[in-house]
Design a protein. Structure first.
Length: 95
């Protein structure tokens, strides 16, 4: 299902893209190829294939989120360039 130049121009207008004539033709060919591939996938016989969200099983490899004691404040503040009254001081980013 090849796209027409007018369809590409409409898509570009919706995306607020200013395309040259060369780009319009290049994107017309590329988008047409993508739509042809999607059409080919739509024609596949998938009867008996169960729906799935991922091609491979996913497992969570992170550690359990459990409460634990934090690092001592003095140890953390020792690694900061500037601190005062137990707080880390940073340069202001807004005036």
């Amino acid at each position: 299902m090849p796209l027409s130049l007018q369809q590409v121009e409409h898509i570009a207008e919706l995306a607020k893209l200013a395309l040259t004539d060369e780009e319009k033709e290049r994107y017309r060919l590329q988008l047409s190829a993508i739509l042809e591939y999607a059409d080919m996938l739509q024609r596949l016989d998938l009867d008996g294939v169960p729906p799935m969200s991922h091609a491979v099983a996913l497992t969570n490899i992170t550690r359990p989120d459990e409460p634990a004691a934090s690092s001592p404040r003095d140890e953390i503040l020792a690694n900061t360039p500037d601190h005062k009254d137990g707080l880390i001081r940073v340069r202001p980013i807004l005036e």
